[in-house]
Write a protein that binds this ligand. Structure first.
Ligand code: PLP
Length: 386
């Protein structure tokens, strides 16, 4: 399916809403029926239509169709956050006594789910260095039910060989799930590489304006339908119609926003690599990145996030650099219009800074939609302060 068709037309039936160009926000919790027979029909199978907005809703339905198609998947569910998509997806796969293999250093709330919540229900997780397929093989147990990936991760960008992991999992009847937030479906399509469930935080690039939270889970219709009638309806963490509408609006410009951010990221990266106070840069499509070959073979692009390691010895220098930035905002998240800085040392107690630990001197940058020259000037003046 053409990207232009998906973004501009798929799922939109303007005759249903006065030929309005922008789809309506169907802000209704419930939907009425003409006959008992029609009502019964949906009560017995809510997946089929509009009954109650904890399930399906017309505005959200347009979004589901577009997001599924972007992923090359049959169906999608949209959640109130990426974390809800992770929780619901994982919960739909595992049961008591099961074992999970998860990449080392996944998104923080995925790690909490595997480390703190699932053990309460008798589900154990092994965390592995996902850069080598042999580590997945070694971690396999007879009761392994799920392999959870994140490629690349969103701080230091380690990748997994997605095809190889999917093949290994399929041969053992193990479900695979991947966090594809960094790439979005425009730059990586895990379903085409054999992954069963694909999720992303739509709070980031899909929304694109730092004004809504959302998550997406895609897969085969059989799997998504099963999740819908059970975990999705039961947890009740589906997206609200207004937030779904914001994502539809974000999708219209997704392609050009990614292009702009990707172009600017390359310019900023090239400048940073020449700066004497930058010890190292991390970006998956930089030829110096350790997994560049793999990144180049399974990703169609990369935009926005890159990490720098400063050539400094003291926490105060890292902080001075970040505090001196005038146009980069210091904040978590990414994928919006605005450029951001996130120092790793902000997640540590101030006195546990260790100058021998490379990670403590890292600052993640997100390159938004501003003029790259404007951003470089800001980095230059902030680096000159240290
Ligand atoms: C932000 C993020 C999430 C979680 O999404 P929320 O929308 O914040 O709940 C998951 N994975 C990655 C890689 C993220 O960056």
């Amino acid at each position: 399916m053409d990207l232009s068709f998906i973004i501009n037309e798929l799922g939109e039936d303007r005759e249903q809403y006065f030929n309005a160009i922008a789809p309506p926000i169907m802000q209704s919790s419930n939907f009425a029926f003409e006959t008992v027979a029609a009502m019964r029909d949906l009560l017995l199978d809510e997946y089929k239509g509009f009954l109650y907005s904890r399930g399906h809703n017309p505005t959200i339905d347009i979004l589901r169709q577009k997001l599924a198609a972007l992923d090359g998947a049959e169906d999608a569910l949209v959640f109130g956050s990426g974390a809800a998509a992770i929780f619901t997806g994982v919960l739909s796969v595992v049961q008591q006594g099961d074992h999970v293999i998860c990449v080392r250093d996944p998104y923080n709330w995925a790690r909490q789910l595997f480390e703190i919540i699932l053990p309460k229900f008798g589900v154990e997780t092994t965390f592995v260095d996902g850069t080598d397929i042999a580590n997945f093989e070694k971690a396999l147990r007879p009761n392994t039910r799920l392999i959870y990936l994140e490629s690349p991760n969103s701080f230091t960008f380690e990748l997994q060989d997605i095809k190889a992991v999917a093949q290994l999992a399929r041969s053992r009847n193990i479900t695979t799930m991947i966090d594809n937030s960094y790439c979005t479906p425009l730059y990586q399509q895990p379903h085409l590489m054999g992954i069963d469930l694909c999720l992303q935080s739509a709070t980031k690039f899909i929304s694109g304006h730092s004004d809504t939270m959302a998550g997406v889970l895609t897969g085969s219709q059989e799997k998504i339908r099963r999740i819908f009638v059970s975990e999705y309806l039961n947890i009740g963490s589906g997206i609200a119609p207004f937030n779904a509408w914001l994502l539809l609006r974000g999708l219209r410009t997704l392609e050009i926003r990614l292009q702009r951010s990707a172009d600017s990221t390359r310019q900023v990266l090239a400048w940073l690599k020449e700066h004497p106070l930058i010890h190292k840069v991390f970006f998956p499509l930089d030829p110096d990145f350790p997994q560049f070959e793999l990144a180049n073979s399974q990703m169609k692009g990369a935009a926005g996030l890159l990490t720098i390691q400063l050539k400094v010895e003291r926490r105060e220098q890292v902080e001075l650099f970040c505090n001196s930035l005038k146009h980069f905002l210091m904040a978590v998240s990414w994928g919006g219009h605005e450029s951001l800085a996130f120092p790793a040392c902000a997640s540590l107690e101030a006195d546990s800074f260790d100058p021998g630990e490379p990670k403590h001197k890292m600052v993640r940058l997100y390159i938004g939609l501003e003029d790259p020259a404007y951003l470089i000037k800001d980095l230059e003046q902030a680096l000159s302060k240290i």
